[in-house]
Design a protein around this ligand. Structure first.
Ligand code: SDX
Length: 371
């Protein structure tokens, strides 16, 4: 038995939810290009959970269920005040609050399909509310309750900023949510599947996935990209900054992918959105710097940009705090995690790979006085 580092190339399960074949991404066979241009995030949530696009009636029902479930238990809002709030990263707050949500859900440990679908709606609805409320409470602002007349993308921005977003902001954020919704067996999705394959509950699966997404090699990369853009500061400093990184053999955040070799199909949509939003908000230098970084890294290193690279300048232009970028990834990706959790339950076997033992051979116990 020899170990495959990071399970590279290992096919760990079957799925009908999303596919990455020859650098083409589909959700249930619908190409990400088609969905990014045409679908609302709510349509994508329905598609991932039911493996078909919704009728108007089915979509309206899901939208109503999400809007009705966005309200948070007051205990969760109160709990934020017990955190050392200025030191808590929003991903740690999200991980903690989602775990606590289970304590107030009578169905938390129910395992029938209907209960799990109800919990999926509650988690999909409450996670954006947690991110928005925490972002406001940590600034001494009151949480803003969701509005029943707003769609998912608009409601998140409204709860976050306390004012209704304009059409361009809603269109951009909806597209970002669609692009981040699912991605086959990425680390956080695989984490969720391993967790619930023991027949543990949905809340445990989503909490575990949030922990995995938090890492800078995965969902945490978008915040690191923004940190890089801020550190570089201007386009004339890009070349020197990158050459130093290359010399120190440091990873350039927002580049590379375990599966994509020619390029991440999501990046082009976010690049277009970054150009539009930086132009509109008078912050074109972020886009120009990003293009120059991409040009140097792809030509000198042959490593293409991934989904996290241009999403950084998009979220920045939407006026979102940089440490909220990864929680926003979670707001979208929880739709995929939940789809995979439901699929895992429907055809389950505990996930238990082997390890190649490379430690010492057989040894006799030595009494402590002789060590
Ligand atoms: C996401 O899996 C998914 O689908 C994830 C995701 C999703 O939608 O769920 O797509 C979202 O997480 C995107 C990735 C975000 N992470 C980053 O942008 C962090 C920077 N990227 C790298 O850490 C890396 O590219 C990974 C983690 C994305 C992929 O890691 P791999 O497949 O283990 O690749 P590796 O680290 O083994 O690198 C292979 C080679 C190495 O060179 P050598 O040591 O062989 O000479 O490529 C180099 C690496 O040094 N390399 C990079 C690099 N990525 C790979 N060199 C510089 N900068 C980089 N970003």
């Amino acid at each position: 038995m020899t170990a495959t580092r990071g399970l590279e190339g290992v096919v760990a399960s079957e799925t009908s939810i999303s596919s990455i074949i020859d650098d083409t991404l589909t959700y249930v066979g619908y190409s990400i290009d088609d969905l990014a241009e045409n679908a609302s995030f709510e349509e994508v949530i329905y598609l991932l959970w039911n493996l078909k696009l919704p009728t108007q009636a089915e979509l309206d029902e899901l939208k109503q269920q999400l809007a009705e479930n966005m309200e948070l238990p007051k205990e969760i809002l109160e709990s934020f005040k017990t955190y050392p709030i200025e030191k808590v990263h929003p991903m740690a707050a999200l991980r903690t609050a989602v775990s606590a949500l289970a304590l107030y859900d009578e169905e938390a440990d129910a395992m029938d399909k209907e209960a799990n679908m109800r919990k999926a709606v509650r988690l999909q609805a409450k996670i954006p509310a947690i991110v928005a409320a925490f972002a406001r409470v940590r600034k001494g602002l009151e949480p803003v309750a969701p509005r029943k007349d707003l769609g998912f993308a608009a409601n998140f921005l409204y709860m976050l900023k306390g004012k209704e977003p304009d059409d361009i902001e809603v269109e951009a954020f909806n597209k970002a949510l669609v692009l981040h919704a699912d991605h086959e067996l990425n680390a956080s999705t695989f984490t969720a599947r391993v967790c619930v394959a023991t027949l543990s509950d949905v809340y445990s699966g989503v909490t575990a996935a949030i922990g995995a997404l938090k890492g800078p090699l995965h969902g945490g990369a978008n915040e690191q990209v923004m940190k890089m853009l801020t550190e570089i500061g201007s386009i004339d400093r890009v070349e020197d900054y990158l050459q130093e990184k290359f010399m120190n053999k440091e990873k350039i955040m927002g580049f590379g992918h375990r599966v994509y070799r020619k390029g991440d199909p999501r990046a082009k949509h976010l690049k277009k959105m970054s150009e539009k939003l930086t132009e509109l908000t008078g912050q074109r230098e972020y886009y120009d710097m990003s293009v120059k970084i991409e040009q140097i890294v792809t030509t000198e290193k042959g490593i293409p940009a991934n989904v996290d690279f241009y999403s950084a300048s998009v979220y920045h232009c939407l006026g979102i705090d940089h440490d909220l970028f990864t929680p926003i990834f979670a707001v979208s990706r929880v739709s995929g995690w939940l789809a995979h959790i439901l699929e895992q339950y429907s055809n389950n076997r505990i996930i238990r790979p082997r390890a190649e033992y490379v430690g010492p051979g057989m040894q006799k116990y030595i009494p402590i006085e002789n060590r």
